[in-house]
Design a protein around this ligand. Structure first.
Ligand code: GAL
Length: 652
């Protein structure tokens, strides 16, 4: 049982000290609990090399704490100061074209640079020693949005050196690497690890196994970079939560690995900004939800990061109004800030924190709204935060997220693998996962995301494993013991860890699990779709021809072969379903497993939390939720939900 809390991101170094106490008083009066500070403050903490002075920060923390607020302190390593970069010019990341990423914004560092790591350890330790035992500090945030602005892969000299060592460690001798990668192709045999370069600036595409290993190496650098900070914080600031703020639709490193060392996971939710970035792909959808955000996008990330955080989730940055960074930046529909926040709680979030307290009148983000305008008057979101505070109080304690009936397996390396070798211009792993998620949400289901390292799926009725490029030991173990229905494919098990097609052809499962093989694959351009039979819809983007033996039956066929195979409790899906076909597959699985589903209208979404069922209206028009299965008594805004309306009922 928890009582959700709210917070805000605050930059005391942007404002005169004389303003801090009044800011703190107003935050507290608004009903906020947490304030995140410090994550970009390095040059203020150490204006000259070695001259660390955190007095101002201590004063800020004390000011906030004496107003009853709890502080989340960010380590400042996303913004190394100019003097530091000048003293170590090779610490910056190098982009794929070989260009250095210069000082003048943020994240101008390479994860592999040993000297920069030492500097990070030094500043984090200096901060933790000075402030770590301060009772006002409740939590730490390491760095800020690892990988933002495309900074995970760096093609620097330090990365090259680190990569060679990493390969040596992994393969032992160069012959093993040559075999594993298949360097016989295009005469790429290496005689020593010292001959291996980074996979950029090649004439045409570099070897996929080479690229995948470099991606794995780079992801590991994020994890070890972070772990060094965690070590220090645990030592000098025991008892505080350690968190990081991840991003939306971002999979460049293995978040499960980083979060494993933390006390939960948080993410930064900018629903309208994210939607605006999808305009080209889904223009009508983007127009329909232009002021609300995609109705499934936030939910998906709450579920993904709740999994990464092993049940503990926060939203560290919540959009409060127009942002500055999307192609267009409209204002949210009135009520959406309240809806997004409550939706996070419905997915098990403990805290939602707004970005930011006051709009900055200077700098790159001066067009980004906050809770306050630059003149300190209330901006639009404040009224919504106030009404949310009242809603939370009226609901009392919230139950914790319980196990959902269905789950989807998510695997970061699969995202890398299919970006390295998409084979079809629109084949994207994260999109495939998200389309699967959307289909389940359209059916009114509550969903869990599982890591590909989860080895126990018990309790689920059905688990979806789309696009998993190589089986993990844990997924195979879970699959073989699972009593529910598993839906695998397309492209699942189609490579081994070294990016090779398995000798016996995909999806390399033992015959008693699935007696079938993928014999041909094709990617489908937009004008080609494969009919899945009458009213069932089509396969788009991707289709596999399947051969099968005894014990396997097609659930339905297409003119080019089976669309879905079934062997006992395993299903293999031959391609990428369109919306209609996805809905049909979900309906079949529900019928097979006894899960209750309800086809929800566009924009109406629901989610179960313990004994409650929440309803959210993302649509620009009102909807009567009684027509979609809601029963009285209904709390909050229902039963006729206006746009941005929220309702809540007891399940059962
Ligand atoms: C996030 C970032 C913040 C701020 C915000 C603006 O990506 O963590 O520092 O830049 O976006 O929307």
């Amino acid at each position: 049982m928890t009582r959700p809390t709210l917070g805000v991101c605050y930059y005391p170094e942007h404002w005169p000290e004389s303003q801090w106490a009044e800011d703190a008083r107003r935050m507290s009066a608004l009903g906020l609990t947490y304030v995140r500070v410090g994550e970009f403050a390095w040059s203020h903490l150490e204006p000259e090399p070695g001259a660390v002075d955190a007095t101002w920060l201590r004063h800020a923390i004390e000011t906030l704490a004496s107003a009853g607020l709890k502080v989340v302190l960010g380590t400042p390593t996303a913004t190394p100061p100019k003097w530091l970069v000048d003293s170590m010019p090779d610490m910056v990341a190098i982009d794929e074209m070989g260009r250095p990423r210069r000082f003048g914004s943020r994240r101008h560092y390479c994860f592999s640079h040993a000297g920069y790591r030492r500097e990070c350890i030094r500043i984090v330790e200096a901060l933790a020693r000075r402030l770590g035992d301060h009772p006002g500090i409740a939590a730490w945030q390491t760095d800020n949005e690892y990988g933002c602005h495309n900074t995970v892969l760096s093609y620097s000299a330090s990365a090259l050196e680190g990569f060679r060592d990493w390969l040596k460690e992994r393969y032992g001798d160069i012959g093993a690497l040559n075999d594993a990668w298949g360097t016989a192709f295009w005469s790429m045999t290496y005689r020593s690890f010292a001959e291996i370069d980074l996979p950029n600036l090649t004439v045409t595409e570099a070897h996929p196994a080479h690229r995948l290993d470099f991606w794995r190496y780079s992801s590991d650098q994020v994890a070890t970079f972070d772990a060094a900070q965690v070590d220090i914080l645990r030592r000098f600031s025991p008892g505080r939560l350690i968190l990081h703020n991840y991003m939306g639709r971002f999979a460049d490193f293995d978040h499960f690995k980083v979060a494993a060392e933390h006390d939960g996971a948080t993410w930064d939710s900018y629903p309208i900004g994210f939607l605006s970035e999808r305009r080209e792909r889904e223009p009508e959808h983007a127009a329909h939800f232009v002021r609300q955000g995609d109705p499934d996008f936030q939910a998906f990330h709450h579920d993904l990061y709740r999994a990464a955080g092993r049940g503990r989730l926060w939203v560290m940055e919540q959009q409060p109004g127009p942002v500055n960074w999307a192609p267009w930046n409209p204002a949210p529909l009135p009520g959406m800030v309240r809806l997004w926040s409550m939706e996070a709680f419905a997915h098990g979030a403990e805290t939602v924190s707004y970005f930011r307290w006051r709009q900055a009148p200077f700098g790159q983000e001066q067009m980004h709204t906050g809770l306050l305008r630059p003149d300190s008057s209330h901006d639009a979101a404040v009224a919504e935060v106030s009404s949310l505070v009242a809603d939370i109080a009226s609901l009392g304690t919230f139950e914790e997220a319980s196990q959902a009936p269905v789950a989807i397996v998510f695997d970061y390396p699969s995202d890398w693998a299919w970006r390295i070798q998409p084979q079809g211009a629109d084949f994207n792993y994260s999109d495939l996962i998200f389309e699967t998620y959307r289909a389940l949400r359209r059916a009114g289901l509550t969903i869990d995301i599982l890591s590909s390292r989860a080895e126990d799926w018990s309790g689920y009725h059905a688990v979806f494993v789309p696009g998993l490029f190589a089986w993990t030991r844990e997924t195979l173990k879970a699959l073989s013991r699972f009593e529910g229905v598993t839906i695998i494919g397309p492209r699942t098990g189609s490579r081994d860890r070294n990016f090779r097609i398995p000798d016996d052809l995909p999806p390399i499962l033992p015959e008693h699990i699935l007696n079938a093989r993928v014999i041909t694959t094709q990617s489908l351009p937009p004008e080609v779709a494969i009919d899945a039979g009458g009213r069932n819809g089509h396969f788009i983007r991707w289709f596999e021809t399947l051969a099968h033996g005894d014990g396997v039956e097609p659930v339905f066929n297409t003119p080019e072969g089976p669309g879905l195979l079934r062997q006992d409790r395993i299903r293999y899906l031959a391609g990428w379903p369109d919306t209609k076909l996805f809905d049909r597959i979900v309906a079949d699985v529900a019928a097979d497993t006894g899960i209750a589903i309800t086809a929800l209208p566009d924009g109406l979404r629901r989610r179960e939390l313990g004994s409650w069922r929440f309803w959210f209206n993302y649509a620009p028009t009102p909807v009567d939720i009684r027509r979609h299965g809601a029963k009285k008594p209904i709390l909050l805004d229902g039963p006729v939900l206006k746009p941005a309306g929220i309702a809540l009922e007891q399940r059962g």
